[in-house]
Design a protein around this ligand. Structure first.
Ligand code: IMP
Length: 204
């Protein structure tokens, strides 16, 4: 069965493939379809953005497609950066720029009020129009300075609940076990495994 991951982010694709390993699907990414254009993530919610990307890729490739839209929600900032996580410090912001802005916005906020969570929303869209949404979350705290070199995005400033290390100090497989993306992907994986044979033919 073939499914297209609607993402060009190499690190994210790597992480998604690692988590979905072992299930019998041929995972393609939009890098395998150079003619596809960039989809603007202008939705107001994770779900809107995830659906928009997956619908576009499914429509253009004629294959089932899934996309994940994810981000960081910080309680003391009323849920920001949220859907704007990738562009928090500006349209062309790097991970470092975004982290710098986040830490500045949280200056003076004590540890007990630095609660945050990563959110992952996966949209799976079939050529026959069926659409499914899967959610995953991981709660934690925002540190006062970046630590660690693994991962991407806000990993260096996020300590998951029950740990002392930031996501960027964890080996990738350690993060995979507890990440928001893992939770949402597990739900997607269970769904795909449960698909009956007649349905499965839709995916070939
Ligand atoms: P998008 O889902 O590609 O729109 O990206 C969302 C943004 O949220 C990323 O660019 C990161 O800034 C942040 N983000 C999402 N998931 C993670 C994660 O697992 N670690 C660190 N940052 C993340």
């Amino acid at each position: 069965m073939k499914i297209v991951i609607a993402s060009r982010n190499a690190k994210k694709i790597e992480e998604l493939k690692r988590i979905l390993e072992g299930i019998e699907i041929n995972l393609l990414s939009i890098n395998d379809f150079p003619e596809l254009e960039e989809v603007e993530e202008d939705g107001l919610t994770f779900e809107e953005n995830a659906l928009k990307k997956a619908r576009y890729v499914c429509q253009k490739t004629g294959l089932p497609a899934f996309s994940d839209d994810s981000g960081l929600e910080v309680e003391a900032l009323g849920g920001k950066p949220g859907v704007r996580s990738a562009r928090y410090a500006g349209e062309r912001a790097t991970d470092e720029d975004n982290i710098k802005k986040l830490l500045k916005d949280l200056e003076g906020v004590p540890l007990e009020k630095r609660n945050a969570r990563f959110v992952c929303c996966i949209a799976l869209v079939f050529p026959d129009g069926q659409e499914y949404i899967f959610w995953g979350y991981v709660k934690g705290k925002i540190t006062e300075s970046p630590r660690g070199n693994y991962g991407f995005g806000y990993d260096p400033v996020f300590i998951p609940e029950g740990f002392q290390k930031t996501f960027a100090e964890m080996e990738p497989h350690e993060k995979d076990k507890i990440s928001h993306r893992r939770e949402a992907l597990n739900k997607l994986k269970d769904f795909l495994i449960k698909l009956g044979p007649p349905y499965k033919q839709n995916l070939l």
